[in-house]
Design a protein around this ligand. Structure first.
Ligand code: FES
Length: 265
């Protein structure tokens, strides 16, 4: 028979309990040796956790910032063929332009091409009456007298758009740049362009011509189409084709009043 009064673990606990005063018997669990805490390791783990959180947040922030710092590249890969519509939405025809719009038209008529945010003038330089003041055989002009032309309505200096940039009928202003009667004038800083010569620059501060929209006269139904653009890119753009969505298959004329300042230098 084994004497467990002292040698067995249970016997040892019983012996310790017996040493306590009556009424103070309690559970005596084996005492585990204290775990040593490695503070260095704990601190390293804390640092790694914090660095991970900061990295994740920072990475997301940087990634998000870069995503929006670079605007999405929107635009076209080539100049489209776009049918022009009149102010009322009907197809614009050469006969209608020649009967309703002429060199004395005092309104700013524009249409967007090739992108939605790129306005262009539509100008008929032909005289209002046979033999009157007007222009025919204009550079890249279409129609029976090659007098219908289209140019960017965004100034090549600092980008003032129509109606700050506008075509003024002959006689609107007292003096004309270089004696040229058919000019576009920018009221922002005074640049002028020759509407009868492909919108070449007449006076500064702009030095480049306005881009010219190439028009096509579809003689089978008399309609007018924008098909291309020549000259430098539209002001402020590396490419006329980049920066907004295309206008689609059709583009409608809109009408504004010119800002007449006549501050030609
Ligand atoms: S923006 Fe047209 S002259 Fe300056």
């Amino acid at each position: 028979m084994i004497d467990c009064s002292i040698d067995c673990p249970a016997g040892a606990l019983a012996a310790r309990a017996a040493e306590m005063p009556l009424g103070q018997v309690r559970w005596l669990a084996p005492v585990a040796p204290p775990q040593e805490v490695d503070e260095t390791k704990r601190n390293v783990l804390k640092l790694l956790a914090v660095a991970g959180l900061v990295g994740a947040a920072g990475g997301g922030l940087v990634g998000g910032t870069l995503q929006y710092a670079q605007p999405p590249s929107i635009g076209l890969s080539a100049f489209p063929r776009v049918q022009l519509l009149d102010l009322d939405g009907a197809p614009l025809t050469v006969s209608k332009v020649e009967s309703e719009y002429n060199v004395m038209t005092n309104d700013v008529l524009t249409f967007a091409y090739p992108l939605r945010n790129e306005p262009n003038f539509l100008i008929n330089l032909a005289p209002s009456t046979p033999g009157g003041i007007g222009g025919t055989n204009a550079k890249n002009g279409i129609g029976t007298r090659k007098s219908i032309v289209a140019f960017s309505a965004i100034c090549q200096h600092l980008g003032c758009p129509a109606p700050n940039l506008a075509f003024y009928p002959p006689g609107t202003c007292p003096q004309t740049p270089g004696g040229r009667p058919f000019y576009l004038h920018c009221s922002c800083h005074g640049s002028t362009y020759d509407a009868a010569d492909g919108a070449s620059n007449l006076t500064g501060p702009a030095i480049l011509p306005l881009p010219q929209v190439m028009l096509e006269w579809q003689t089978s139904d008399d309609t007018i189409w924008a098909v291309d653009e020549v000259g430098p890119p539209v002001n402020g753009r590396l490419s006329t084709l980049q920066g907004d969505y295309g206008v689609g298959n059709q583009s409608k004329l809109s009408r504004q009043s010119p800002i007449t300042l006549c501050n030609i230098v």
